[in-house]
Structure formats: structure tokens, C-alpha cells
Design a protein around this ligand. Sequence first.
Ligand code: NAD
Ligand code: ZN
Length: 352
Amino acid sequence: MDTMKAFVKTEPGVGGEIREVPIPHPGPGEVLLKVRATSICGSDLHLYFWDEFAAQRVRTPLVIGHEVTGEVVELGPNVEGVHIGDVVSVETHIACGHCYQCRTGNAHICENLKILGFDVPGAFAEYVVVPAANVWKVSRDLPPEVATILEPFGNAVYATLVEDVTGKSVAVFGGGPIGLMSVAVAKASGASKVFLIEPSEMRRQLGKTMGADQVIHPFEQDPVASILEETEGRGVDVLLEMSGAEPALIQGLQALRSGGRVSLLGLFPGQVTIDLNELIILRGVTVYGITGRRMFETWYKVSELVESGRVDLRPLITHRLPLEDAARGMELLKNKEAVKVVLYPQVVPDTK
Ligand code: NAD
Ligand code: ZN
């Protein structure tokens, strides 16, 4: 049997290891990708460091990883519209196609949703099987390190552009990978002024690189006062909550104008307490819960923004490592030394 190397979560508990495992074969409606690059998402840290969420959700052994780009090398039965040699990125949320949500154009909240690398074997490997319906063709010229991060970029695009931002002021709370991507999406889409609120110095600097007009340290400055001062005392038109931190949510809503719009993307570690009357209801705020990406409306926007060159995601890639160093990548992210870590199963390209 042909084997491949893969990063496997072998048992419950912290860690994971590189193992030789059988190369998977595509079933009906599925394709096999030869992985060109894969990248680590914050949610992979939950699996690697094995928190309560992971313990409840995941069954070991499992090849983890979901952000990926690859080349189609084998087609299962009944695959149409995808061809051997296609270079693709992947929508990692596998929708059933049959439930109420799928049938009403809301596959991103499918009732039977499965996620690559959580519920089915993932992409930290030389090969991965995905449903043909989940591949998104990209140009062969798009650097693999960019093609692999189109999935989190899709989160940023969906959250930022769920309503238009042209000529509007935007505050992004939380400059993790997705917040930083959102800064660039807002600027590329004509936002008048973009604020980034983020405690990490490295991430604030990256915020400037991605186009933020003003970066604010939330513990050293008062973000609400700073934003009100810059918006004629009214507050921003749009709030993007991308930190998952309760104080940021409250400050963000305080810095949002009456009648403004908030996209909630950050996931909070537990329940939050806010004054709904004062912060949302009596000020006529529109709230969007954002999960995943709209299939495939978001992906059209993703491709347009990246392939046109209007958004350059490369500054966010802080580390390029061989797949064998996946564990090191996890540590770098945990210690906030990295923003995006890209893993290569074959050769790590020389980017300099
Ligand atoms: P991340 O978790 O690294 O980003 C969070 C950032 O918020 C960090 O840089 C942190 O320094 C910053 N932060 C912490 N406290 C803050 C405060 N008080 N004010 C401002 N910033 C503060 O990484 P990410 O991958 O960009 O994810 C962002 C959030 O989105 C996370 O909560 C993640 O769980 C969530 N997420 C949601 C979806 C979805 O579909 N809804 C998908 C992916 C990730
Ligand atoms: Zn469904």
C-alpha cells in the first residue's frame, strides 16, 4: 500500500506526530489533492493543545489541518467540473447539500456540517481527499502560501463585506490573522478610515502594513475616546469584532455610531455580559453573526481581491516550515511569535 507522511493527532492529550499513513482514495464525488501548501489556523491549536472543545469534538487518531491548496491528482466516481491538474484552494466546511439550510442557500450553516481536519481526515499531509464540491480553482501562478490562506481570508471578506463599506469608517478589534486581513479588505473596498485595535506591537505594525489608518493599543490608550475623537464624536459606521475578548466587544460597541453595523466573528471563551439596551437596541445597531464563508459568493470576492492584486496577503506569512515542523509552528502561534505559519510537505520555497 502506498503511504504518505502526515501530521497525526495520535491520541487524546497535548501533541501530535509525523507518521507514515496510507494515501487516501477519493470516493464518489470526491477528489484527491497533492498538497502544495497547508497552513495553521488558530483552531488547530485547540486540537494540538487538546482543550475541552477538542476533547468533545475530535476522535483520534486523526490527520488534522484544514487550510490547504493542492493539485487535483485523482478523481473519484461521479465527479464533474473538476479535472486532474486543476490547482485549487478548499472550502473546508463540508455541507450535506440536503438539509433545510443547504436547500435555502445557507450551506455555511448546514445542519450536518463537517469540517476538514476535525470530522474527516485533514490536510497536514502529502495528500488529502476533499469533496469535489468544496474545491475552488485558483491560478497556478498564485503563490501556494497565499492560496492556502484564502480560507481564513474568506472569513475576513464575509465579515467585512456582509454590507458595503465604501466611504465608511471601520473599526477592527483584534489584529489576529483574520482582523489583519479585514483591515486590507476594508481599505481595498473603499472604506474611508480604518482603525485597528490590538495589544501586540508586532500585529499593530502589520496592521499599518495592511493599510490601517490608525492603530490603537487597547490597554495603553482608550480606544473609545480615540475613535470618537476621529469621527466627529459620532463613532464608526462599521465594527468588526475579531478578538473574541469581552472588553473589546463592549468598547467596540461603545465606539460604534447609532444605526451602525457590527459583524461578530471572534469566538468568546464563555458567556459574555453586555448591556443590550444601551449598546444595541436603543441605538438601532444591526448585528451579524459571522460563521465560515458564504458558499460560494464569498469565494468570488476572495479571488477577485487577491488575484487582482488589490489585497496582498504575503506580509501576514511570518513563517514557512517543512511539514515535519508542524509542532514548532503550533508553539510559535501559541506564543504569539507568528501570524500565519505555512507548512510545506515537499520543499520549502526560497522566498528571498
Ligand atoms: P487570534 O485569536 O490570534 O486573534 C485575536 C486577536 O485579538 C489577538 O491578536 C489578540 O492580541 C487580540 N486581542 C485580545 N484582546 C484584545 C482586546 N481587548 N482588544 C483588541 N484586541 C484584542 O486569531 P484569528 O485567527 O484572527 O481569530 C480571531 C477570532 O475569530 C478568534 O476568536 C477565533 O476563534 C475566531 N474565529 C471565528 C471564525 C468564525 O467562523 N466565526 C473562524 C475563525 C476564527
Ligand atoms: Zn446541509
